[in-house]
Design a protein around this ligand. Structure first.
Ligand SMILES: [Ca+2]
Ligand SMILES: [Ca+2]
Length: 227
């Protein structure tokens, strides 16, 4: 095993782009199961590409929101939610970027809000993209959805959603949580499994099966070796 570890050290220097486990996505090609709560509207590549998936309060009072499919992939302790959106371009004095500021919510199957983050636009820039990182801890429910809304937006202040990516916020292979994947991450698992030393163990369950076993060491090697 020592020989293998040494070879990993060499490979680790060439390794660069770790990714987290993607849980759900919304974009031009992936929108099945997403619910845009605007009556009669058809979600498709054209409507998304034309920035027609807008979040606002309609004249009848309905809030048009975008809701993800149910996410049910085991206990989630952290989330990254990236949203690419555009403020709608209105040449109108009633335009108010603040009202078009998005709210991202974690909701349960009944629509109850479990976590919420408000991303406030502080200026009147009309077109922008933005990223929200949302951390969710101890979410002891079997499943959840992500809801995007602009609760105070109206017809002159809508926000269009173009892309949403939700991942588990855990870099694959980064057991000790230092932002890199190196042999130290393998060592951290060995320290825990052989010596019950959890001092470097931040994300031990790499394969998401709820246990820390040799399979998690294999998962780290898979990242290190690029397989
Ligand atoms: Ca690491
Ligand atoms: Ca595991």
């Amino acid at each position: 095993m020592k020989t293998f570890l040494l070879s990993v050290v060499v490979l680790a220097g060439a390794w660069s782009a770790a990714i987290a486990n993607e849980l759900v996505r919304f974009d031009l090609n992936t929108y099945n199961g997403w619910d845009y709560t605007r009556p009669g509207f058809v979600l498709n590549s054209t409507s998304i590409g034309q920035n027609d998936v807008t979040l606002y309060k309609a004249s009848n009072g309905d809030n048009y929101t975008l809701i993800s499919p149910i996410i049910d992939k085991g206990t989630v302790t952290s989330l990254n939610i990236k949203v690419l959106g555009y403020s709608k371009l209105y040449n109108n004095p009633n335009y108010d970027a603040y009202k078009g500021s998005p709210t991202i919510e974690i909701i349960d199957g009944q629509g109850n809000v479990l976590k919420s983050v408000f991303y406030e636009f502080k200026d009147k820039m009309l077109i922008r993209d933005f990223t929200v990182h949302m951390s969710v801890a101890d979410l002891h429910i079997p499943s959840f959805k992500v809801r995007l809304a602009c609760w105070s937006a109206g017809i002159y202040s809508a926000l269009a959603i173009r892309e949403v990516i939700v991942d588990d916020g855990i870099m694959r292979g980064d057991v000790n949580g230092d932002g890199e994947v190196t042999s130290a991450d393998v060592t951290a698992l060995y320290d825990y499994m052989l010596n019950n030393d959890s001092s470097s163990l931040v994300h031990g369950d790499q394969n998401g099966d709820g246990q820390i076993t040799s399979s998690d060491i294999t998962a780290v090697y898979d990242v290190l070796l690029g397989t």
